[in-house]
Design a protein. Structure first.
Length: 372
C-alpha cells in the first residue's frame, strides 16, 4: 500500500481509502469481513457519514474495533451542509456520529455536500463553522474540510475564502472534470480525496471488449480506474465503496504501483474515454441522494443499467435486468419499480448533485431499455 500526506494535516492516508456509503447493505458477516480485509491489506483511511440512518457508522465502528486500535486508523466523518446547518445541528450530528462509531474523536470532519456558494456562505456565517472549531478545541475533531459536488471554479472560491484543510470531491476515469482544481488545491497544500472513483461501479463493469483490452495490461477495469487517479500525486486518496473482501483485494492491487500512468495505460484510458463518450459530461453515479422516490422508482438502479448499455455496451444484461424490475421479479439485481410508475413529482431532481434532468432521462432510459 502507498501512503500519502493529506495536505498539511500531518495525517498519512492510504491511497486507497474505504468509502462507507454502500458496504453495510450486505449481510453483516460479509460487511464486517470486508472492513477487516481492508485493514489487513493496509487501508488506514475510512470515510463515512450517517448513511443508512447511522448503520454505516455503527457497523464500521463495530468491525474496526475488533481488529484495530484507534491510533492505527484515520477516520473522516461529516455533518450535512445541505440542510442549512446551525451550531446546534452540527454539534448534535457530531455527537451522534461519535457515539455510533464508538470513538472519542474524528481525524477529519467535513461539511457534507457543500455544493453551492450559498451553502458555503451559510457554513461560514451561521454558526456551523464555529461549532466545528469549538469541537476541535475540545479534541473531538482534528482537520476540518468539505465534501463537494460543486463546479471547479466554486471549489477554488471556497478554499480562497477559508483555509479548509481537506476537500473531498468527485473525479473518475470516464470524466476528468476537476483536474485543474485538484492541482490548484495541491499547490495550496490542501489534502485532496476523491469520492466515487469508480463512478458508482460503472468504471468497474465494462463490456467484454474493454475488459479484455485492459486485461492485456494485467489490470482489471477497476484497477485501471484507480490507477488513473492515484497517478496524480496531488490526490492523497481515492475512497472506494468496496462491498466484499475480494473487491478490497482487487482495489488494493491497484496501489502496488506508484507514479504516472505508463504509456500503455494512458493509451487504454484514452481509448476507453473515446468509446464511452455516449455517457456525456454528466451521468448518474449512483449516489442515491435522490432516493427515496415516493413511487419507489429505483432511479439509481435504472440509470446504472442505462449507463452500462450506453457507455459500456452491456445491452443484453441491462435490458434483461430492466425487464425484471418491470415485472417486479423478486430475484432482480435491482429492486424497486420501473419508470412507468414515475408521476413526475420532481422531488428527485432537487436533490441530484449531478443536476440531471432525472424525469426526462428516465423516459429516455425506459425507451432504450425496452427497445426491441
Ligand atoms: S419525479 Fe418520478 S422518479 Fe422522481 S421522485 Fe417523483 S415519482 Fe420518483
Ligand atoms: S440521479 Fe442523481 S442523485 Fe440520483 S443516484 Fe443518480 S447522480 Fe445520484
Amino acid at each position: 500500500m502507498i501512503y500519502r500526506n493529506l495536505g498539511k494535516t500531518g495525517l498519512q492516508v492510504s491511497v486507497i481509502g474505504f468509502g462507507g456509503m454502500r458496504f453495510f447493505n450486505k449481510r453483516e458477516e460479509e460487511a464486517i469481513a470486508t472492513v477487516h480485509r481492508a485493514f489487513e491489506r493496509g487501508i488506514n483511511f475510512f470515510e463515512t457519514g450517517s448513511y443508512g440512518n447511522g448503520k454505516s457508522e455503527e457497523m464500521l465502528g463495530r468491525a474496526l474495533w475488533q481488529v484495530a486500535r484507534r491510533d492505527q486508523v484515520i477516520l473522516a466523518n461529516k455533518a450535512r451542509a445541505s440542510e442549512r446547518p446551525t451550531a446546534a445541528s452540527v454539534r448534535a450530528e457530531l455527537e451522534a456520529s461519535l457515539k455510533r462509531y464508538q470513538t472519542d474523536y474524528f481525524d477529519i470532519f467535513n461539511f457534507w455536500g457543500t455544493n453551492t456558494p450559498e451553502m458555503h456562505r451559510h457554513i461560514l456565517e451561521h454558526g456551523a463553522l464555529e461549532a466545528a472549531l469549538q469541537a476541535r478545541e475540545e479534541g473531538l475533531i482534528r482537520a476540518i474540510g468539505l465534501t463537494t459536488h460543486a463546479r471547479p471554479e466554486w471549489i477554488r472560491d471556497f478554499v480562497d475564502a477559508y483555509p479548509w484543510e481537506c476537500i473531498i470531491l468527485k473525479e473518475h476515469m470516464l470524466y476528468s472534470r476537476n483536474q485543474e482544481v485538484i492541482d490548484y488545491l495541491g499547490s495550496k497544500g490542501i489534502g485532496v480525496v476523491v469520492m466515487t472513483p469508480l463512478a458508482g461501479g460503472v468504471v468497474a463493469t465494462p463490456s467484454e471488449e474493454i475488459r479484455a483490452e485492459v486485461a492485456r495490461e494485467g489490470l482489471t477495469p477497476a484497477q485501471l480506474g484507480l490507477r488513473t487517479l492515484i497517478a496524480n500525486p496531488n490526490i492523497s486518496s481515492a475512497i472506494s465503496g468496496m462491498t466484499s473482501p475480494s473487491e478490497v483485494d482487487e482495489n488494493v492491487e491497484a496501489a502496488r504501483t506508484d507514479g504516472p500512468l505508463t504509456p500503455a495505460e494512458q493509451r487504454l484510458v484514452d481509448w476507453i474515454r473515446q468509446k464511452t463518450q455516449a455517457l456525456g459530461e454528466r451521468f448518474c453515479t449512483g449516489c442515491s441522494y435522490c432516493m427515496p422516490c415516493p413511487q419507489e422508482v429505483n432511479i439509481p438502479g435504472i440509470f446504472r443499467l442505462w449507463n452500462l448499455m450506453r457507455g459500456y455496451g452491456n445491452a443484453e444484461y441491462s435490458k434483461l435486468e430492466y425487464q425484471k424490475i418491470r415485472e417486479q421479479r423478486h430475484w432482480a439485481d435491482f429492486p424497486g419499480r420501473s419508470v412507468e410508475h414515475c408521476v413526475e413529482c420532481g422531488t428527485c431532481e432537487e436533490k441530484c448533485p449531478e443536476r440531471l434532468s432525472i424525469i426526462d432521462d428516465l423516459k429516455r432510459a425506459h425507451a432504450e431499455l425496452t427497445a426491441q
